[in-house]
Design a protein. Structure first.
Length: 95
Protein backbone atom coordinates (compact mmCIF):
# COMPACT_ATOMS: atom_id res chain seq x y z
CA UNK A 1 0.00 0.00 0.00
CA UNK A 2 1.06 3.59 -0.71
CA UNK A 3 -0.35 6.66 1.01
CA UNK A 4 -0.62 9.85 -1.02
CA UNK A 5 -0.80 13.12 0.90
CA UNK A 6 -1.75 16.21 -1.10
CA UNK A 7 -1.79 19.68 0.39
CA UNK A 8 -4.23 21.76 -1.64
CA UNK A 9 -3.97 25.54 -1.29
CA UNK A 10 -7.26 27.37 -1.78
CA UNK A 11 -8.07 31.02 -2.47
CA UNK A 12 -9.84 32.37 0.61
CA UNK A 13 -12.61 33.98 -1.43
CA UNK A 14 -13.34 30.64 -3.13
CA UNK A 15 -13.42 28.30 -0.14
CA UNK A 16 -17.18 27.61 -0.16
CA UNK A 17 -17.20 26.78 -3.86
CA UNK A 18 -14.04 24.70 -3.51
CA UNK A 19 -15.54 22.52 -0.77
CA UNK A 20 -18.67 21.83 -2.82
CA UNK A 21 -16.87 21.08 -6.07
CA UNK A 22 -13.96 19.18 -4.51
CA UNK A 23 -16.45 16.74 -2.95
CA UNK A 24 -17.81 16.07 -6.45
CA UNK A 25 -14.29 15.48 -7.77
CA UNK A 26 -13.58 13.00 -4.99
CA UNK A 27 -16.37 10.78 -6.34
CA UNK A 28 -14.30 10.43 -9.53
CA UNK A 29 -11.12 9.72 -7.59
CA UNK A 30 -12.72 7.19 -5.27
CA UNK A 31 -13.80 4.92 -8.14
CA UNK A 32 -10.32 4.61 -9.65
CA UNK A 33 -8.59 1.22 -9.87
CA UNK A 34 -6.28 0.84 -6.89
CA UNK A 35 -7.92 3.56 -4.78
CA UNK A 36 -8.61 1.82 -1.48
CA UNK A 37 -10.04 4.86 0.29
CA UNK A 38 -9.59 8.53 0.98
CA UNK A 39 -10.26 11.25 3.49
CA UNK A 40 -9.77 14.99 3.58
CA UNK A 41 -9.82 17.81 6.07
CA UNK A 42 -9.16 21.52 6.43
CA UNK A 43 -5.72 22.52 7.64
CA UNK A 44 -5.84 24.91 10.60
CA UNK A 45 -2.66 26.90 9.94
CA UNK A 46 -0.52 28.58 8.66
CA UNK A 47 -2.62 29.34 5.55
CA UNK A 48 -5.86 28.13 4.03
CA UNK A 49 -5.35 24.64 2.68
CA UNK A 50 -6.99 21.25 2.62
CA UNK A 51 -5.19 17.96 3.02
CA UNK A 52 -6.19 14.92 1.00
CA UNK A 53 -5.05 11.44 1.99
CA UNK A 54 -5.51 8.63 -0.53
CA UNK A 55 -4.67 4.97 0.01
CA UNK A 56 -3.50 3.32 -3.21
CA UNK A 57 -2.77 -0.36 -3.75
CA UNK A 58 0.57 0.73 -5.23
CA UNK A 59 2.14 3.87 -6.62
CA UNK A 60 1.62 2.72 -10.19
CA UNK A 61 -2.16 2.94 -9.68
CA UNK A 62 -1.79 6.62 -8.80
CA UNK A 63 0.50 7.35 -11.74
CA UNK A 64 -1.83 5.47 -14.09
CA UNK A 65 -4.75 7.61 -12.87
CA UNK A 66 -2.79 10.75 -13.71
CA UNK A 67 -2.76 9.69 -17.36
CA UNK A 68 -6.52 9.26 -17.69
CA UNK A 69 -9.42 11.40 -18.79
CA UNK A 70 -10.85 10.93 -15.28
CA UNK A 71 -7.80 12.76 -13.90
CA UNK A 72 -8.62 15.75 -16.11
CA UNK A 73 -12.25 15.58 -14.96
CA UNK A 74 -11.18 15.32 -11.30
CA UNK A 75 -9.02 18.44 -11.49
CA UNK A 76 -11.64 20.28 -13.50
CA UNK A 77 -13.93 20.33 -10.49
CA UNK A 78 -11.59 22.50 -8.39
CA UNK A 79 -8.43 23.78 -10.15
CA UNK A 80 -9.87 27.27 -10.61
CA UNK A 81 -10.05 27.69 -6.80
CA UNK A 82 -6.36 26.99 -6.13
CA UNK A 83 -4.02 29.71 -4.97
CA UNK A 84 -0.94 27.66 -5.94
CA UNK A 85 -0.17 24.14 -7.20
CA UNK A 86 -0.79 21.30 -4.73
CA UNK A 87 2.12 19.63 -2.97
CA UNK A 88 1.92 15.85 -3.33
CA UNK A 89 4.04 13.25 -1.55
CA UNK A 90 3.83 9.48 -1.20
CA UNK A 91 4.55 7.25 1.81
CA UNK A 92 4.86 3.53 2.24
CA UNK A 93 3.69 2.35 5.68
CA UNK A 94 6.11 0.02 7.39
CA UNK A 95 3.47 -1.88 9.35
Amino acid sequence: MVIEIATIYVKEEAEVEFVTDFAKGLEVLNRQPGCQGLRWWKRVEPELAYVLEVEWTNIEDHFNFRGTEDYVTFGGFFRQYLSQPPEVVHFEPDN
